[in-house]
Design a protein around this ligand. Sequence first.
Ligand code: UDP
Ligand code: MG
Length: 335
Amino acid sequence: MDDLARDRPGLSVVIPIYNEEQGLPALFARLYPALDALQVSYEILFVNDGSRDRSAALLKDEFLKRPDVTRVVLLNANYGQHTAIIAGFERVRGERVVTLDADLQNPPEEIGKLLAAMDRGADYVGGVRVKREDVWWRRLASRAMNRIRERITRIRMTDQGCMLRAYSRDIVDAVAASREVSTFIPALAYTFAHAPAEVEVAHEERVAGQSKYSVYRLIRLNFDLVTGFSLVPLQLFSMFGMLVSLLALITYVVVIVYRVAFAEWRGMLGVLWDRDILAFFLIGMLLFGLGLVGEYVGRIYQQVRERPRYTIKAVLERDDRVPQESRDRHQTAVR
Ligand code: UDP
Ligand code: MG
């Protein structure tokens, strides 16, 4: 066994944090006891996703209180929840890795259920929120997106939006090695899983603060999901284009025949078929199609520039690589 494997905790918990100062004290108060109760060695990795409130200061205080099990990565700016989790995945050391939202919507007491499913042989465990505590339009939109994803990708999961999930070390390594700029972690990780499982988990209302996802950000996120895992939207567009051309061709032939043979029918065609409305519909479809192509091209553009996906301001962690005797002196070394 190499050094790293010996030092490896049984469990790493990765929590992305964006402007959560109001809820963090409640999170700390429930998270540590819940993990202590699991009887596994663990580490918690908080990733501060460029919060503009006091979250970073609160995380630092918490690190100083529990440096043995707490690590903090402070990102330079707000890169989004999934990129923050990637930053966490690149650093976690645990045999198993659990992700969790910071707002206590995913009760930390449920982590045990995920680990139990892993004990039964799963390498990827997705939470399924039994009774989701979110506004109705988000539940509705989620259901629709889950259905669309089910049809156009090969990813099979009940509740893609639930971030209470457990991943094996292999999967976390594979996710960290993927160089995708915009991604959707539960779906990406699923593509590496060979024994995925699901368990039902509780869901609670946000303890404090507000959702960090506006309608705009939710739409962006869902484009990441769809474009990241499927080409079906593009293919549907070519199908639609072909269908429209074919119909147009047939109509053209029909109209010419009418004109030549049954001139008196022309009036009827004019009533039945309002060309302008159809034209607006088609223009709308064309613009949407162009935008859709743009969504893919834009992502290709971001990808080929190969800029770093995020930059780090600081990492707060106890330096475990220094020899034991000098460890106390380095206990709160800030790297
Ligand atoms: N989050 C983040 N970066 C962002 C947006 C959100 O790290 O740009 C974190 C946030 O702090 C929380 C989690 O992602 O821990 C889920 O966010 P939120 O609860 O606002 O989403 P919702 O539950 O409304 O889907
Ligand atoms: Mg939430």
